[in-house]
Design a protein around this ligand. Sequence first.
Ligand SMILES: Nc1ncnc2c1ncn2[C@@H]1O[C@H](COP(=O)(O)OP(=O)(O)OP(=O)(O)O)[C@@H](O)[C@H]1O
Ligand SMILES: [Mg+2]
Length: 384
Amino acid sequence: MLYTLMHKIIPVAALEIDEVTIGILSIPEVYHLEHLPMGVPHHKGVIDRGLLNDWWLGRAIPASRSGLRDVLAVLGVRHSRELLVKCLGLSLSDQYWLCPQGKPLTWGDINFFENDFSEDVGNALFGRTSGDGELNLMSPDNTSDGWLKKKWVIADGKRVLLKGGSPPYYQEPFNEVLASRIMDRLSVPHVPYTLTWDGAQPLSACEDFINPNTDLVSAWRIFGSQKKPNHFSNYQHYVSCGENFGIRGIRESLDQMIAVDYLIVNTDRHFNNFGAIRNAETLAWLEPAPIFDCGTSMWHDQVEEVIAPAYKLASKPFKSNHADQIKLVSSFDWLNPAALLGIDEEYGELLKQSVVIDDKRRSKLCWALKRRVEMLTDAAALAH
Ligand SMILES: Nc1ncnc2c1ncn2[C@@H]1O[C@H](COP(=O)(O)OP(=O)(O)OP(=O)(O)O)[C@@H](O)[C@H]1O
Ligand SMILES: [Mg+2]
């Protein structure tokens, strides 16, 4: 079937999509190469179909998503890719979509930022079926990334992402709130997360930080937009790509992200967990994305016995441990350690709401956080 790949209201290219595999079979016409997704190359007007296809299929819910197999059965599809075309590839994190050729659809009529959407897919992802009626698969959940259970909802007219935790401690939602409180205290630009509940299950809630005029571009796509010189580290290459694009404040935002991740011992800051924001129409770069997705931290999946704040602890994305990664911070001038006084107690109060984190684990986590604050304070003093 023929579609036009659209970037908000701008046609990018005509795509022939295979109805069985949902892959891109051919690119019969090209309209606006400059609006191609970041990191998809073209040569003499010919788009790299393989990489465009990777981008397109990479928009589907990843196979690693918690509970996906059961959900697909409920929704009556074989693969999460099939859900992509059901929502025309629309997302709440950027402005790309597919317009079926010959159908008079406009972005204004169908985008999820300004139009209501069905919660059928989101409910299925949370193990709820919506009765016998036909399911409405027009949902931004079809293009949501990440392995944790999550769904978009509309609350008071705002688009809000609800995200669960993982067994056995379901600690991620609490950690998201902790990270928000830390970044509030340190005046670090971040996505604010709050705690909410689905029955007995804790969830984090955060508002969409993208709006109808913006795109979130992942660090991975920015990193891949230029060839990395052999003598550059990944850190140097990312900063250089950002600076070449003219993304202001990229180094400062990495300083803050690395330091916050050091504090909370984040183990999963991969290249899709940070990035930058651009204007979807003018393509002008606006700013580094506010820090989001901090839940995989504070020994969230580790037993209490191994909570040891002074060890060389695993990190991403630039160095394999936090002790080395913190050395990449170019300036701590923005850091006021005194603002973190009592954050351990605040975390303790938060964790009291969990029904699976016992007193022993809670005390150990609070002690470990206090220790990490001291360690960051020392690292900052050493850097002066
Ligand atoms: N508030 C938001 N506004 C817009 N897009 C968002 C927001 N939060 C998350 N996203 C998008 O959704 C993706 C998945 O969200 P998130 O990273 O929080 O999930 P996750 O399951 O914890 O991911 P991971 O697999 O890294 O653990 C993000 O990579 C980002 O593209
Ligand atoms: Mg993520």
